[in-house]
Design a protein around this ligand. Structure first.
Ligand code: FRU
Length: 488
């Protein structure tokens, strides 16, 4: 079914049962593969498999059979996939094929403690069927009980495979010529960034600055697990720096912490491998939930969705290099007819949008700041509920307030307001707000401030409002566009 209450209409969700992290993101022969942590026998976390879906456009997904099931080495935890163009593994008789590199998780028979080791599986038929490598596991390191989520890429400058994986509250980097034999290269993270939980699901990739291929930096993503002391739950930090094939050097001071998302529901995200050079994008997708409450969200036959796929880039501003995110342009194909407003002053107590009722849509707005202390939009409203997206002038922050967004009582830490700094440029603020049946994703400016939050409004709660408090704000332009469902 694709029309249940809360079923996302333009985000990927599993047909049924439990999903967490995106895995094995790889592009091959015109297809985007999305594997994911999957429990096929229940709607909460359980013995992990890799589920699978395939898309030609990152928007419409075809569900495929389960790819990897637990075996004598344990459950199948997170990992990545690559195209082995040169048959470095010898799995493909000199041809090209796909290799998945993942964590086997089991109990150490000697100590009964959890044990995590890295393994391979390969496919010669464009990801339709997979064989686990008979020499599994290929990488063990008893220094780290938490040793998982390998992300592998070909490092052209040094002509070898590089693996980055989580090792306790650090990441470790390994080298290989054939994906089967790995040697330790370096470790990063001691004393760097946030250490409020175990490190998970790292990624490492090079990005051009301001689109100039001659000026690049490396970006490292590191997700941080849930811990009872932090209301924020699980979230993702990033580092910008240099990577020479062996070691990563962080540009920021060690105590600097940079979060990828100002909301609560963007975790374990990583990027697609083998996007063709002529496309050139670094495309990211995250698990749109939070370990704090993921297992009790109010959906029935399935649990969790992915964020929209996003394209990541670096831009320079003043003397800083910042990471920006934008929804992939393919999503624009879902747009139906747009409602438009231009050059309009928004005053307290008025609602320009009182005639609109929409379940899933995108809002693109540009404001010119005037005297209002706060302004913004309310979506999925009724007399009883609303999700507020606003800008607070004094703090220069955008925020999403989901305290009255519908069903919020399933977990004490779900309700709340999440804010993040968003600089205006020449007194103007651009906002993009993508609303689905159970989520909201807000991008400010060029995508330097992002908030991703789940919401669970009732089916009838479809009103919209634009508001200003204690003064006015000028709308330069406002486009509100209903979206087509990806299931039709
Ligand atoms: C992150 C994570 C990974 C692990 C997987 C298990 O959400 O904890 O570190 O591989 O989920 O499902």
């Amino acid at each position: 079914m694709t029309n249940e209450l809360y079923r996302p209409q333009f985000h990927f969700s599993p047909q049924q049962n439990w999903m967490n992290d995106p895995n094995g993101l790889v592009y091959f022969h015109g297809e985007y593969h999305l594997f994911y942590q999957y429990h096929p026998h229940g709607t909460t976390w359980g013995p992990m498999h890799w589920g699978h879906a395939i898309s030609k456009d990152l928007v419409h997904w075809e569900h495929a059979p389960i790819t990897l099931e637990p075996d004598e080495h344990g459950q199948i935890f997170s990992g990545s996939a690559v195209v082995d163009w040169q048959d470095t593994t010898g799995f493909f008789n000199g041809e090209v094929g796909l290799v998945a590199i993942f964590t086997h998780h089991d109990q150490d028979p000697d100590s009964d403690l959890p044990r995590e080791r890295q393994s391979l599986a390969y496919s010669s038929d464009s990801g339709r069927t997979w064989t686990k490598y008979s020499g599994n596991p290929v990488l063990t390191d008893s220094r780290f009980p938490d040793f998982r989520d390998p992300k592998v890429f070909w490092h052209t400058q040094t002509n070898q495979w590089v693996m980055i994986l989580a090792s306790g509250q650090t990441v470790s980097i390994y080298h290989s010529a054939n994906l089967k034999d790995w040697s330790f290269a370096s470790q990063f993270g001691d004393g760097e960034g946030a250490h409020v939980g175990v490190w998970e699901c790292p990624d490492l990739f090079e990005l051009a600055i301001d689109g100039d291929p001659a000026r690049t930096k490396w970006v490292m993503l590191v997700s941080i697990g849930n811990s009872p002391e932090h209301r924020e739950g699980s979230r993702t930090q990033y580092f910008i720096g240099d990577f020479d094939g062996t070691a990563f050097k962080n540009d920021a001071s060690p105590e600097t912490v940079q979060w990828l998302d100002g909301g609560r529901d963007n975790y374990a995200g990583v990027s697609w491998s083998d996007i063709p050079a002529k496309d050139g994008r670094r495309i990211y997708i995250g698990w749109m939930s939070n370990w704090k409450y993921a297992q009790v969200t109010p959906t029935e036959s399935w649990r969790s969705a992915m964020t929209m796929p996003r394209s990541l880039a670096l831009i320079s501003r003043k003397d800083q290099i910042i990471l920006v995110q934008q929804p992939v342009h393919e999503l624009n194909h879902l747009k139906l007819g747009t409602y438009k407003w231009n050059e309009t002053i928004v005053e307290p107590g008025q609602n320009l949008l009182s005639k609109l009722d929409l379940p899933y849509f995108v809002i693109e707005a540009e404001f010119e700041l005037q005297t209002a202390a706060e302004f913004g939009l309310k979506v999925r409203t009724s007399n009883f509920s609303e999700t507020v997206v606003g800008y607070e002038m004094e703090k220069q922050e955008i925020f999403v307030d989901r305290s009255r967004s519908g069903e919020v009582s399933f977990h004490a830490d779900f309700s709340g307001r999440h804010a993040v700094k968003a600089e205006t440029s020449d007194g103007r603020l651009k906002l993009q707000i993508w609303v689905d049946t159970s989520s909201i994703e807000v991008f400010a400016g060029e995508g330097e401030a992002v908030i991703t939050d789940l919401i669970f409004p009732g089916e009838e709660e479809q009103g919209l409002e634009i508001y200003a408090l204690h003064g006015t704000v000028k709308l330069i332009s406002l486009n509100i566009t209903p979206l087509k469902s990806i299931w039709t």
